[in-house]
Design a protein. Structure first.
Length: 430
C-alpha cells in the first residue's frame, strides 16, 4: 500500500517513539494530544459605509463590505505531541517536547509547529530552548473560560490592537507582501508562540511562580547605508500567585524593533527595509496584563485587564505621520458547574479606542476604535477526556475599528462590522 509522504513521516515518528518500550520507560516518553473540532455558522454585517478617513484619523478605511453567512468546520488548536524526561543525576533531568498542529478539518499537518523545545530541569526550576508560547500569552489561560482557543475565547480583544491583527507564530519581524517594509500584522500581535526563544520557569514557592522568556536578535541587520538598522528582540515575563481560592497574575512583554505600529498606520508611513536614503528607525512595543480569579465551589469568576503601547522613531518621518498608539482592554469571565457533567461558560470584554500621537505633535484622532465581545456557551462532559459544547460569540466594532474573531479565524471583517458565530463542537484529549 502506498502512503502519501506526510503519512510516512508521521508513521516513522510514531514507530520510533513506540518501538522500544525499554527506551520509553527510561526516558519517560509520553504521546499526547487534543482533537477539538466544531461546526460554525458565521457572518459579519453592519460594516461602516465606504468613505475616506479625515486627516489625522487612525483606523481602517471603511469599505462597507459585509461577509454573508457561511458554514465552516474548524480545528481549534488540535495537536499531537511527544514529550518526556530523562534523569541525568539525582538533581538534574533533561526534558523535551515536540508538539504539532493537527488540522483535523483540512489536513496538511506540519511537525513541530506548536510548543517545541529541549532543556534541563532541577530543583532550581527548568530551562528550555525552542519555540514556545510566551509567558504573556500563557497567563490568559488562567481565566479564559472557552478552552483558550477557537473563535470564542478572549483573544478577540486581548493580545491584539484590532486592525485585523491575530495570533502569530514566528521568531523574527516579518515584512510586507512585497518585502519592502515592516508593515505586517504579525509584528503587532501580543498573542505569540515565539520562536528562537529561551525560557526559564521557576519552581512554585509558597504559591508563587515566575516565568521569563527571551527571543534573540537572530534577524539583526548588517551595518550598511542601504539597510535600515534593526535589532529585533522579544522579552516576556510573568509572576503568578495561586492560593487555591484566589489566583493573581501579572505579565509584561516588550518587542524591540518589531514595528508593530506599521501594521496599524497607512502603508506609506511604514519603515522601509532598504533605507536607500540613509534613514534610520527603531520601535518599542509593550504589553501589560493583569489577571485574577476566585473559585468558590463550582463557580469560577475571573477578570483580565491589558494595556498595549506601540511607539517608533523614524528619521524620514514627514509632518502628520503617526508615531504612537496606546489602548486598554478588559474582560470578565465565568465558569459555572451545572450538575455532575454540565458547565456554563461566558465572557464579556471591551477594548477602548485609546490615544495616538503624530511626529509633529499635531492633533491625532483615535475615536471609534473600540470593540465589545460577548461569548456564551454550555459544555457537557461525556467522559474524563471528551466534552461536547454549544457556543455563541459576537464581536461588535465601533465605526473605525476592525477587531476579528479570535484564534486567527476572522472573516476579514470591514471597519465597523459585527461578527457573529454559532458553534457546535466536540473536544477529546488523550
Amino acid at each position: 500500500m502506498r502512503f502519501p509522504r506526510p503519512a510516512l513521516s508521521w508513521a516513522s515518528v510514531a514507530l520510533a517513539v513506540t518501538s522500544s518500550s525499554a527506551l520509553a520507560q527510561e526516558s519517560g516518553t509520553q504521546i499526547y494530544g487534543t482533537l477539538n473540532v466544531d461546526v460554525e455558522s458565521v457572518e459579519a454585517r453592519d460594516a461602516t459605509p465606504a468613505g475616506a478617513l479625515p486627516a489625522g484619523t487612525l483606523g481602517a478605511t471603511p469599505t462597507g463590505v459585509n461577509v454573508p453567512r457561511r458554514t465552516r468546520v474548524s480545528s481549534n488548536s488540535s495537536n499531537l505531541g511527544f514529550r518526556g524526561t530523562e534523569r541525568i543525576s539525582s538533581t538534574l533531568s533533561a526534558l523535551f517536547q515536540i508538539e504539532s498542529a493537527v488540522n483535523v478539518d483540512a489536513g496538511n499537518t506540519n511537525i513541530a509547529s506548536r510548543n517545541t523545545a529541549v532543556g534541563l530541569a532541577g530543583p532550581w526550576g527548568s530551562f528550555r530552548a525552542g519555540q514556545w508560547d510566551t509567558p504573556y500569552k500563557t497567563l490568559s489561560g488562567a481565566v479564559d473560560p472557552m478552552y483558550f482557543t477557537g473563535i470564542t475565547y478572549t483573544g478577540a480583544l486581548i493580545g491584539t490592537p484590532g486592525f485585523g491583527v491575530g495570533p502569530t507564530t514566528n521568531g523574527v519581524p516579518l515584512t510586507s507582501g512585497d518585502g519592502r517594509t515592516f508593515a505586517a500584522g504579525a509584528n503587532a500581535s501580543f498573542e505569540r508562540r515565539q520562536g528562537n526563544s529561551l525560557q526559564y520557569w521557576s519552581p512554585p514557592f509558597s504559591g508563587f511562580a515566575f516565568r521569563a522568556a527571551y527571543s534573540v536578535d537572530e534577524s539583526r541587520s548588517a551595518r550598511s547605508a542601504g539597510v535600515t538598522q534593526v535589532d529585533p528582540t522579544v522579552a516576556s515575563a510573568s509572576l503568578e500567585y495561586d492560593g487555591g481560592l484566589l489566583y493573581v497574575g501579572y505579565a509584561y512583554e516588550r518587542h524591540s524593533d518589531y514595528f508593530g505600529l506599521d501594521a496599524l498606520v497607512p502603508a506609506t508611513q511604514a519603515v522601509t527595509v532598504a533605507a536607500t536614503n540613509g534613514s534610520s528607525a527603531s520601535s518599542r512595543d509593550t504589553g501589560e496584563k493583569l489577571v485574577a480569579r476566585v473559585k468558590l465551589g463550582g463557580t469560577q469568576l475571573g477578570v483580565m485587564g491589558e494595556r498595549l503601547r506601540y511607539e517608533k522613531s523614524q528619521s524620514n518621518a514627514v509632518p502628520g505621520w503617526f508615531r504612537a498608539y496606546r489602548r486598554n482592554a478588559a474582560a470578565i469571565t465565568l465558569v459555572q458547574k451545572v450538575g455532575a457533567a454540565g458547565t456554563l461558560r461566558g465572557l464579556v470584554g471591551k477594548a477602548w479606542g485609546g490615544s495616538c500621537e503624530r511626529f509633529d505633535g499635531s492633533a491625532c484622532d483615535s475615536a471609534n476604535l473600540g470593540a465589545r465581545q460577548l461569548s456564551l456557551g454550555y459544555s457537557h462532559t461525556f467522559s474524563k477526556r471528551t466534552d461536547g459544547y454549544l457556543f455563541y460569540t459576537r464581536v461588535a466594532n465601533e465605526s473605525r475599528a476592525s477587531y476579528q474573531f479570535a484564534n486567527g479565524a476572522g472573516l476579514g471583517a470591514a471597519a465597523g462590522s459585527t461578527s457573529t458565530g454559532y458553534l457546535l463542537g466536540i473536544r477529546h484529549t488523550f
